[in-house]
Each structure stands twice: as structure tokens, then as C-alpha cells.
Ligand binder design. Structure first.
Ligand code: ADP
Ligand code: ASP
Ligand code: MG
Length: 436
């Protein structure tokens, strides 16, 4: 059974939803994961922010404006009076809920409930549309099987044990529609898999049911060899290994949620990145194998803070790095890059929630310097067993730009450099023209 995920643009209008059946084959048993219609989650974030600062008038205006959009969607999508009324009922229900948070006790729990409404709306409306045109389908509530644990990690076994019985209940139905992004957390509250999380949902479901393939349908023909929003003449990559794809997703290739590769990788489920606007395009196939000796793609991750700890006294002493790492572990802050010298160690983080506390604790080991507004540029490929010349080619291409850190050799498929964010565009373009 395949899992097909359609992103925000792919379900971004009534017309787009109506065209999904060009891609989904109703004769084949499959799970269809939908995102919220494009723009909706951003709107929901704004609504939550308005409630959070108790600006009820602003929240009411935002809710009304979003509702207007959905009124137009159902007019275009649902042509029969009976199904139109059902669509109207769905909209009224969800928007009444969105209006109901105008109390003074607005907490992160209510905020997460608000964020969940986008996927609940898109899937409910698409399900009604399928009913209208006579295509049998079942709407599966993701909240019944998608769950995270105390560490906010999704639980694949929970999907297996809770989703399979739901599928078994409908042996005669081929199409199962469900929500991306949303889940229940360890406390049973409505939560989500973070922005862009519908990709993660698809991969998790794929893993949970040991799917034959996961397809991520989006608005571009696969993973490109550089960020197409910044660089001209980028090209789709036909084939990537799971490790390469994970690296690119983690280091900023927005086409994939950073963690979405891992569940599919664990169960060796091929992932295809495909273009809803051009379904015949080959896209990108992600599997266990990699094309040898090749630079594949470049990605960039902004919002990076570099921390340098200088300590002539302690660095050579064994156990020093452990103590440094323990500080980050205590504050549940993960480190992306690390470089060391005899007298100093530099590392980067992207979550600065506890930067103050971390800096204070590291100060006990030596002097600490913080550099904000940096970007990690990550070059991914198979650098081969002997790694001839790859590092030189990368550094040659950016020799005119100041580089704060370099990381190479951690794996066979990644080289990263840290630069000031203001240099990002130049670095991406310069690498592109010289490496490809
Ligand atoms: P969806 O809503 O379908 O999940 P996203 O907007 O999350 O789609 O991801 C697709 C977008 O990712 C593309 O439109 C493109 O602008 C952006 N993107 C960034 N880097 C890359 C890359 N290396 N390859 C392809 N797309 C990329
Ligand atoms: N709707 C969510 C978001 O915009 C999840 C997704 O689209 O993947 O982040
Ligand atoms: Mg996305």
C-alpha cells in the first residue's frame, strides 16, 4: 500500500483539489495525507498570536477573513446542494471553534488546537468532494494513531497498532484520507510535528504500515541541486540516498521536513519527491543507494549561533569536551557543527532558548564568545573513499568570502561551512556556478 502526501499548494484551491484524481488512482489501495491549504497554517499562527496578546478584535478579524476564503472554496468545490451543505457544516464547525478562544486564559494547548484546524478542514472538505463525485473513501483521524512520546518523538509502533485496525475495518475501500502535521502528545493533547510536518506524517505512516513507497507531491519536480528560491538554473536530482536527503532536509532544503527521512530510512521504504503541477516529471527517488563520487546538492540553514570556548588551561585535559557537551545536554540544545583546536572549541546551535544559561555555565571553563546571525552552508554528495579534491573545490569556490567554521570528514557525504548570513546568497550562487 502506498502513501501519497500532498502539500499546501497541491491542495491550495478547489481547482487543485479537483485535479488530485489525475494523480491518485482510486483503483489502488492507498493512504492520502493532506496538508492544510497553502497559507492557512500561517493564518492560524497569526490568529494564535492575536489571542496570545489578548487582541480579541484582531483575532476575530483574522478568523472572519480566513472563513471568507473557505466559503469561496466550498462554492467552487462542492456543486451539489447536499454536499455543499455538508461542506458548510464543516466550515461552520471549525470556525466556531476558532472563534471560541476569546477568553483570557489562552495557553499553548489552545494554540496547538488552533494550528490543527487547517489539516482538519482540508481533509474533511476533500472527503466530501470525493463523496460528491462518487469515489468511495474513508476519512481517518490522524489524532487516533499519530502520537509523540515525552521527548516529542513520534511513536511508530503506536501507528502500527492503531492505524492497521482502522484500515482492516474497510477491506472494500481503496482511498483513505488523513491529516498531515497533527498528532497527540504524551499527555493526549492535540499537538503537531512542527512546521512542514506533513512530510513527516507521510514517512511515519509509511513506516507504521510498512508501506511499499511514500510519495511526497509538492510544487516542484523533486529535490534540486541548490535552493531554487535563491539560485537560478537549479536542476532536479534523480536519485539520493537516505543519508544525503536527510542531510539536505536538516540543513535547509525546505522541500522536506528535517526529520521526515528517518522513519522511511529505518524501514527501507523508498521515498519519491514528485511535482503535482507536472506529474510526468521524474522527480527524486530516495533509497538506500547513492550515486558514487558526485557532488549532489547545496543547502543553507539560517539562524545559526556560533559559540567559541577558549581555555588554554583545560582543553588538553581529557574530559573537557564531555563537560562542554553536558552543558548543552542539560539544556536540551543540540549542536550542529563543531571544530576544535588546541586552545579552543567552536560549535553551533540553532535553538537559542537557553543561550544565556549555556553561556553562563560555559564561562566556568574559559572565555566564551558568541556570534549570531550565521548560516550553515552544506554541500552534500558522495565524496568517495579517497575524497580527492572535494574540499578544495568547495573552498576555492568561496575563497572571496570570510568563513567562520569548516566541517569535513564527519561523514562521506557532507561538507559544511559557516558564514555570516549576509554572505549566504553569494556563497550559494558562487558554489553553484563552480561546482555544477
Ligand atoms: P509543500 O507545501 O508541498 O510541503 P514546501 O513549500 O514545503 O511544499 O516545499 C517545496 C518548496 O521547497 C519549493 O517550492 C522550493 O521553493 C523549496 N525548496 C527549497 N530548497 C529546495 C531544493 N533544494 N529543492 C527543491 N525545492 C526546494
Ligand atoms: N500545514 C503545516 C505547515 O504549513 C504542515 C505542512 O504543510 O506540512 O507547516
Ligand atoms: Mg512542506
Amino acid at each position: 500500500m502506498k502513501v501519497l502526501k500532498f502539500g499546501g499548494t497541491s491542495v491550495g484551491s478547489a481547482g487543485r483539489m479537483q485535479k488530485l484524481l489525475d494523480i491518485i488512482n482510486p483503483q489502488e489501495r492507498q493512504i492520502v495525507v493532506l496538508s492544510a491549504m497553502s497559507g492557512t497554517t500561517n493564518n492560524l499562527v497569526e490568529i494564535g498570536q492575536a489571542y496570545l496578546v489578548n487582541d480579541k478584535a484582531k483575532a476575530a478579524n483574522l478568523v472572519a477573513a480566513l472563513k471568507d476564503k473557505y466559503e469561496i472554496v466550498i462554492k467552487d468545490l462542492l456543486k451539489k446542494p447536499e454536499t455543499f451543505e455538508q461542506g458548510k457544516g464543516v466550515i461552520d464547525y471549525h470556525f466556531k471553534l476558532l472563534s471560541s478562544f476569546a477568553n483570557d486564559l489562552f495557553t499553548p494547548i489552545e494554540d496547538k488546537i488552533i494550528l490543527a484546524q487547517g489539516e482538519l478542514l482540508s481533509t474533511a472538505l476533500y472527503h466530501i468532494y470525493l463523496k460528491e463525485i462518487g469515489v468511495p473513501s474513508v476519512l481517518l483521524p490522524a489524532l487516533a494513531f499519530m502520537k509523540t512520546d515525552e521527548d516529542n518523538e513520534p511513536v511508530v509502533d503506536h501507528i502500527t497498532t492503531h492505524l492497521n485496525p482502522l484500515l482492516d475495518k474497510h477491506p472494500d475501500v481503496n482511498l483513505f484520507i488523513t491529516q498531515g502535521f497533527i498528532c497527540r502528545n504524551a499527555f493526549g493533547e492535540i499537538d503537531n510535528l512542527r512546521r512542514g510536518g506533513s512530510d513527516y506524517t507521510a514517512s511515519l505512516i509509511g513506516a507504521g504500515i510498512r508501506s511499499e513507497e511514500v510519495q511526497i507531491w509538492t510544487d516542484i519536480d523533486g529535490m534540486h541541486n541548490n535552493d531554487p528560491r535563491i539560485v537560478n538554473n537549479t536542476k532536479p536530482i534523480a536519485q539520493l540516498s537516505f543519508d544525503e536527503a536527510a542531510e539536505l532536509a536538516y540543513f535547509g532544503a525546505k522541500i522536506l521536513h528535517p526529520q521526515s527521512v528517518f522513519p522511511a530510512q529505518k524501514y527501507k521504504i523508498p521515498v519519491r519527491l514528485l511535482n503535482t503541477m507536472d506529474p510526468q516529471a521524474a522527480g527524486t527517488l530516495i533509497t538506500n543507494t547513492s550515486e558514487k563520487d558526485k557532488i549532489k546538492s547545496i543547502a543553507a540553514k539560517d539562524g545559526i549561533t556560533a559559540i567559541k570556548i577558549q581555555s588554554s588551561r583545560m582543553l588538553l585535559a581529557h574530559g573537557f569536551l564531555r563537560r562542554v557537551f553536558e552543558v548543552f545536554e542539560r539544556y536540551r540544545t543540540s549542536i550542529d557543527m563543531i571544530t576544535t583546536s588546541e586552545v579552543a572549541v567552536s560549535l553551533t546551535i540553532d535553538d537559542t532558548t537557553y543561550l544565556g544559561e549555556i553561556t553562563a555555565e560555559l564561562g566556568k571553563f574559559g572565555s566564551v564568545e558568541i556570534d549570531v546571525n550565521h548560516t550553515i552552508i552544506c554541500v552534500v554528495g558522495d565524496f568517495g573513499a579517497e575524497k580527492h579534491g572535494y574540499a578544495a573545490r568547495v573552498l576555492e569556490a568561496i575563497k572571496h568570502v570570510p568563513v567562520r567554521m569548516i566541517s569535513y570528514g564527519g561523514s562521506d557525504h557532507n561538507m559544511s561551512v559557516l558564514v555570516k548570513t549576509e554572505e549566504k546568497v553569494e556563497v550559494l550562487r558562487s558554489l553553484h556556478s563552480r561546482l555544477f
